[in-house]
Design a binder for this molecule. Sequence first.
Ligand code: NA7
Length: 534
Amino acid sequence: MADDPDTEHRYDAVVVGAGFAGLYSLHKLRSLGLSARAFEAGSGVGGTWYWNRYPGARCDVESMEYSYQFSDELQQEWRWSERYSPQPEILSYLNHVADRFDLRRDIQLDTRVDAAHFNETSGRWAVRTSDGASWSSRFVIMATGCLSTANMPDFKGRDSFRGPIYHTGKWPHEGVDFTGKRVAVIGTGSSAIQSIPIVAEQASQLFVFQRTPNFSVPAANRPLDEEEVRRVKSQYGELRRMASQMGFGFNTRSVETSAFDVSEEERTAEYEARWQSGGLPFMAAYSDLILDKRANDTAADFVRAKIRQLVRDPVVAAKLTPHTTVGCKRLCADSGYFETFNRANVTLVDVNEAPIEEITPTGLRAGGKHYEVDVIVFATGFDAMTGAALAIDIRGKGGLSLRKKWEAGPRTYLGLATAGFPNLFLITGPGSPSVLTNMVPSIEQHVNWIGDLLTFAKQRQGERIEANVDAEDAWVSHVNEVAGATLYPTCNSWYLGANVPGKPRVFMPYLGFPEYVVKADEVARNGYEGFSIE
Ligand code: NA7
């Protein structure tokens, strides 16, 4: 591939993706005086929030925290309407950001990056896009998202189905009307849990095919009132600072107390209070819930008892009850999920008892029984954290391909860069806290950090920035060691790649926030130790 196309196709930086990470990267690069072009596969900006339009899609981090803070004007002027933003509102927000900061003129939509090859002689990346064009850039910023490559299990006969098949992460823009339809939903992760109550209201019959029952707590979503919005906006800086010190980068009301420092009555009262107030802070009730199985059982048993109360049929309740560790898969937040199984038009099919044998022209056969349906929804998740980057033919020094390098699992230094691939940066890549935190501040932290690194390199006439192998090896060991001291690796989650057949089983996110930020700042203070800048 040519790495020095005409000047029109030469940029200081190419940004891959125009979601939260891509938009802010573009803004940051411009502010550093660098020329940049972003490529986005979708026909609009928004990334995750452009694609995931399934019914009920909303964020499970509170709106006023799940938003940018790089511009105080922006955070003061934008008005969120609900405690947890629905997808259309987040998408409007990102479109507003694109307009407000005049980003669109450097974003090329409907264009995938197919390949990026590093030329050692010129020190530049040759980038090829799906429109057949070639681009040359010094830096490549992978703003490709953690949950952006749909996982479509290849059930026998999948293509024979005569009706529509939808994946929650590639939802049709015109929406889907399920009224009077017989519907199958495969999967019971967060996307399924959000959409099932709504689909059930429309469909004549809904069959839910569950492989692993999931823990979910009420979202307790509600409109945001004026007073609350005013209060948050008047203290935004301080609230953001406090959130940056919290275990997951948002206000989880976390405590240092062990589940066993209190009596059973106190513990139950605490779980009940968190259940009532809703959302992910449930997991922050005690400091050892994700460290000690016995402590975890106290929270898990609380949720299991709730499921038994909410679901009238004890056989269905038992099937919906998870036996695993609460929180070691991403905890879900729902609006009436378990209650939906009390409806006469909803049937739960446990695929452990009745495995999906095939998809037929008119439905699904599972456990020897045929389920006639008009529509099939795959709520089967994503090839998380590495899927989008590895879909691109990325080649670094010596022609080394990223796919080859990450064959046994992703290897990065700080989740930001990978040895052998100079000037290529990952936003919230594997090995960074990313999906275990509030994504938006984590994205901003990465982009700001990379921006500072580029400035540092420029001041020293450094042209090539590359993570060192020993720093990377030490970081990968550290990430594994920290994860290994928790209960996280004990479940088959997408954090481990366990949902995608054949994917190496490696715990990908880094479990250490806010320590991660302290470490990244220390690396910067020490002249970006662990990087070679030449
Ligand atoms: P998830 O959480 O990965 O959920 C996917 C669901 O699909 C989950 O219940 C899977 O069961 C199920 N699944 C996947 N493959 C199959 C096959 N082959 N057969 C049956 N069932 C299957 O994805 P979501 O989109 O719901 O949520 C992703 C994240 O978005 C979420 O964590 C939040 O952070 C927001 P499994 O549990 O693997 O047995």
